[in-house]
Design a protein around this ligand. Structure first.
Ligand code: LRH
Ligand code: MN
Ligand code: MN
Length: 388
């Protein structure tokens, strides 16, 4: 796409979904560093998310994680979001923090534990009914640590059975997004370790089951953009959990470790129709801001996705196709690199001005006084966060 007004229109329509847990305190297994003014409940997380949306104009959706975001009345939470110009996005299930799940959740050899896990997943669909959320996001920490610990195929059978039950409960317009992850916390086998496993399960389940690509969940060197292109071609790309990794599942800001990889991913998305709202690709963040200020980091992350998207949209598609047709390897690569090396920040500043927001979202947020206000007001109570 090289028509500038079309590029701008595509950028204006892209929506990034921010994760409620990124607003809360988080850390590694060594230490959780607390920050002043961090939300004490899901409502305050939405207040912060509204600031990210106000600053960027591009983050109107907020994903919840259950039970971290447990409330009495989910419809009321959805209304609270709506009053702030937001809507509730993916409901992320959590079957990885109970003692019962030591040997797995839906793949646990004990049928009682499997029933408990499935009951939680079904409850998440009830929550979707109340919030109007489209997506149920499933990530299973299930796997084994030692060869021989359990039967690998029996675990796949148990997984398929649980997925089928939850799939059957999905309503009209609801989807199930299956997330894979190579390892951790399981270190020998993981029951959904890669896109192929997720894809095979989704294919059997049907159209409402789609794969979610968490960029931090691959082995080093994995060509993620190939996976993205393949899944889009098969209409099985449900969305992303964007973040950056240097080593494993680092959950750093998207676009921080490898902006070129993010550009390559967004090129495949843009080229293969993934930016069109009807493609249904959810551009979610799944990050933790352990040592940096959270709201500005989330704003920066939204901007990083926008910058990669803008560069992908600036690729001269005709020149690329013609170089590819004529087998001109160097020229084809040069067309891509020209777009990647373009400074798109002035273009995005223009887009923001046209949307009536400040062209510099981070500076605008810093000047808003929000951080000082929440640091003064949010005292007492338990600060909500990862694992809270
Ligand atoms: C697992 C994961 C998954 C969880 C989130 C907190 O590593 O990426 O998406 O729900 O982290
Ligand atoms: Mn994730
Ligand atoms: Mn992860």
């Amino acid at each position: 796409m090289s028509d500038l007004s079309a590029v701008k229109a595509a950028l204006k329509s892209q929506q990034i979904e921010t994760p409620s847990w990124a607003y809360g305190n988080s850390g590694t297994r060594f230490k959780v560093f607390t920050q002043a003014g961090v939300p004490r409940d899901p409502y305050e997380k939405l207040d912060d998310a509204a600031r990210v949306h106000a600053a960027t104009g591009a983050a109107p959706v907020v994903a919840l994680h259950i039970p971290w975001d447990r409330v009495d009345d989910y419809a009321a939470l959805a209304r609270y979001a709506e009053e702030r110009g937001l809507r509730l996005g993916a409901i992320n299930s959590n079957v990885f923090q109970d003692d019962d799940y030591k040997l797995g959740s839906v793949t646990n050899p004990d049928p009682r534990v499997r029933r408990k896990a499935v009951a939680h997943l079904l409850e998440c669909v009830d929550i979707m009914d109340a919030t109007g959320s489209r997506d149920l996001k499933l990530w299973f920490s299930d796997g084994t640590n030692y060869p021989g610990q359990d039967d690998v195929v029996a675990r796949q059978d148990r997984l398929a059975e649980a997925l089928a039950e939850v799939y059957g409960r999905l309503g009209e317009g609801q989807r199930m997004l299956l997330e894979y992850k190579l390892f951790e916390p399981a270190f020998y086998t993981t029951d959904v370790p890669d896109w192929g496993t997720a894809y095979a399960h989704c294919l059997r389940l049907g159209d409402k089951a789609q794969v979610v690509v968490d960029t931090g969940h691959h082995a080093p060197g994995t060509n993620i953009e190939f996976i993205v292109a393949f899944l889009l071609r098969e209409q099985k790309l449900g969305g992303f959990d964007f973040n950056s990794r240097f080593y494993a599942d680092d959950d750093l800001m998207v676009g921080a470790a490898d902006p070129f990889q993010l550009f390559r991913i967004m090129h495949e998305v843009a080229k293969n129709g993934g930016l069109a709202p009807e493609a249904g690709v959810a551009f979610m963040l799944d990050q933790c801001h352990n040592i940096e200020a959270k709201i500005p980091a989330i704003i920066r992350s939204v901007m990083n996705v926008q910058e990669a998207t803008a560069k992908a949209l600036l690729i001269d598609a005709q020149a690329l196709a013609s170089a590819q047709r004529s087998g001109d390897v160097l020229e084809a690569n040069a067309v891509l690199m020209d777009a990647f090396n373009t400074d798109v920040r002035p273009l995005l500043r223009e887009v923001r001005e046209e949307l009536g927001i400040d062209p510099d979202p981070v500076a605008a947020h810093r000047a808003s006084g929000w951080q000082e206000r929440i640091a003064a007001e949010r005292v007492g109570g338990t600060q909500a966060g990862w694992g809270a």
